[in-house]
Ligand binder design. Structure first.
Ligand SMILES: [Fe+2]
Ligand SMILES: [Fe+2]
Length: 302
């Protein structure tokens, strides 16, 4: 006989509507409801066919191919983490995570709709560089898949470092940065940029949750702190490699689209340092203080 389950929402405990993951859930219901199908890609198609040089298109296609594969991977790989959180009875966190997974599906849909609209239906996997492949084809699925049989805080922390800090944090954020640098100034591909802006806002909640999750694990398991910091550093090295490889490949393109690797790396490093310092402060905090974390402290701006 299994133990009788505890129903949280009818208990005295109820749903804790003040803690950060619940506030992120509320935000997601307000801001995460955009529909990729509503985005008009007709101008993107014109820009793609008549205004962009072949080298420019090559650089954009490389970025899109990495986003498309990345969004698909995070959609397929998230489930084991949600299961761990559910098994631990963290109702408010799971409520947020339902929005998280739904949003990843929409991001996957968005990039595919764009590619279809501009007629790029061929195989794009040749754009995935060595380190990119290592992360998305091996490290990410392994870190997330491990959670199917290992629910230890150490395994969850390692998964969050790869998923939220490396993939969503370093890689996706530098990707948005590159899109803005190359397209916003030229005023081209408005449908792409519209979707990127929605995606970026969704991702700030995802990364915010990851930062919260790691803070909570550090606060509940201070003995894991050094290990988490070491893993963060390993993730930063991998992130840097992907940025360098992407910049190298793009540097062969036109001057206007040449990515300044150093600038992008600096941007990634600033974002990463800010998250690192949040985690460093978590060591001396009680878990109640972590629950009370304000959205601004973890970079969730709207
Ligand atoms: Fe995403
Ligand atoms: Fe995400």
């Amino acid at each position: 006989m299994s133990e009788e389950r505890v129903i949280i929402s009818t208990s005295e405990q109820g749903i804790n509507m003040n803690i950060l993951p619940y506030r992120l859930y509320q935000k997601a219901k307000r801001l995460g409801i955009w529909n990729p199908e509503d985005i008009d890609f007709s101008q993107d198609k014109i820009d793609w066919e008549t205004k962009l040089e072949p080298e420019q298109k090559e650089g954009i296609l490389r970025l899109i191919s990495m986003f498309q594969a990345g969004e698909e991977a995070v959609t397929l790989d998230l489930l084991p983490l949600i299961n761990v959180i559910a098994k631990e009875g963290r109702l408010e966190e799971e409520m947020f995570l339902t929005t998280f997974l739904w949003e990843e599906s929409k991001h996957t849909e968005f990039f595919r709709l764009l590619l279809n609209a501009i007629g790029e239906t061929g195989d794009l996997s040749h754009y995935h560089t060595g380190t990119y492949k290592k992360i998305f084809y091996e490290i990410l699925p392994e870190a997330m898949g491990r959670l199917e049989h290992d629910h230890s805080p150490k395994a969850v922390a390692e998964a969050a470092i790869i998923y939220n800090m490396l993939v969503e944090g370093i890689l996706a954020e530098t990707g948005y940065y590159s899109f803005h640098r190359s397209l916003s100034d030229l005023g081209l591909m408005p449908g792409l940029m519209e979707g990127i802006n929605y995606t970026k806002r969704d991702e700030s909640r995802h990364i915010g949750y990851g930062t919260y999750l790691l803070q909570r694990i550090i606060s509940e398991n201070p003995e894991l702190y050094d290990h988490i910091m070491n893993k963060m550093m390993e993730a930063a090295v991998l992130g840097n490699q992907v940025v360098s490889e992407g910049a190298e490949a793009t540097a062969e393109g036109s001057a206007e689209f040449e990515t300044d690797a150093e600038d992008t790396k600096k941007f990634a490093e600033t974002q990463f340092r800010a998250r690192l310092s949040v985690l460093q402060r978590a060591k001396d905090k009680h878990v109640d203080d972590i629950y009370a974390t304000k959205e601004e402290e973890i970079g969730v701006v709207d």
